[in-house]
Design a protein around this ligand. Structure first.
Ligand code: ZN
Length: 269
């Protein structure tokens, strides 16, 4: 949303005050030359959906996500817009966007869900964080369960805790620069049954390392396959389980993962 300043403007104003016109003209030329790169068309546009009337820890994570992705957009030449209006999940509103994000919620109405299905079935991009992927028998959205690769929420640890994560595939563009394992900041980790790994269209990219078990105090996960980041290769999509509380964007390795995911999804033709 924040637009880069036009680099030519500042030197031009400085010229009026200093009077070193030859020097200023040279500076202006230099900035204009740089300006060619800065002013080029954004590579793609992202629209992030979020809610402010959900669990406070999820609101907090979404606010941190907005700051993180806005900064990422400014540095990586894409446009980042955000809205709390889930009614913008409509064909006309989604049209300009190459990629949409669900930061801390998911659509509730049949119209919003239908627009999302159409968007994804026609080449749209999606990055869902944490509770964006939540579904159980009250959610009543079979298409979405299939879209996630069959994953159904089963349980979670409590309280949120840091965890060692293992990178499954270090050749994928999203995880290529990552170490084999890293310590992820505190999160509420979701266990899915069935695990999306059982779906042959799913590629799991990051998994909770089994050495974390048992994980939790009040609610303890004692074992099981717990994929954390995956893609359903039938769509241009990534689900990432991170997104609970105020620590999510505090780790450089994990931030690299977010960055890679956005750029991979956004830049695919
Ligand atoms: Zn949560």
């Amino acid at each position: 949303m924040k637009r880069a300043a036009v680099p030519g403007e500042i030197p031009r104003r400085a010229c009026l005050f200093t009077g070193f016109q030859a020097l200023c003209a040279a500076t202006l030329l230099m900035f204009s030359w740089n300006g060619v790169a800065v002013a080029k068309e954004p590579a793609f546009k992202v629209l992030a959906f979020y809610s402010t009337d959900v669990e406070p820890d999820h609101v907090h994570a979404a606010k941190d996500a907005l700051a993180f992705f806005q900064d990422l957009a400014a540095k990586n030449n894409f446009v980042f817009d955000a809205t709390t209006d889930w009614g913008k999940l409509s064909e006309s509103d989604l049209k300009p966007y190459r990629l949409i994000l669900w930061l801390n919620n998911f659509p509730q109405t049949p119209e919003q869900r239908a627009a999302f299905e159409k968007y994804m079935e026609h080449g749209g991009g999606w990055l869902g964080l944490h509770v964006a992927g939540y579904n159980d028998k009250t959610t009543n959205w079979p298409w979405f369960v299939d879209f996630l690769g069959g994953a159904v929420f089963y349980t979670n640890n409590w309280p949120p805790l840091p965890a060692k994560l293992a990178v499954d595939d270090r050749t994928h563009p999203v995880t290529r620069q990552l170490p084999a394992t890293y310590l992820a900041p505190a999160n509420e980790w979701y266990l899915w049954k069935p695990s999306p790994r059982l779906n042959r269209n799913v590629q799991v990219l990051v998994t909770l390392d089994p050495s974390n078990y048992p994980i939790g105090v009040k609610d303890v996960i004692t074992g099981g396959d717990l994929p954390v980041v995956w893609t359903n290769t039938r769509y241009r999509m990534i689900y990432m389980n991170m997104g609970h509380g105020e620590k999510i964007y505090s780790d450089a390795t994990q931030n690299e993962l977010f960055k890679n995911a956005i750029l991979w999804l956004g830049n695919q033709k």
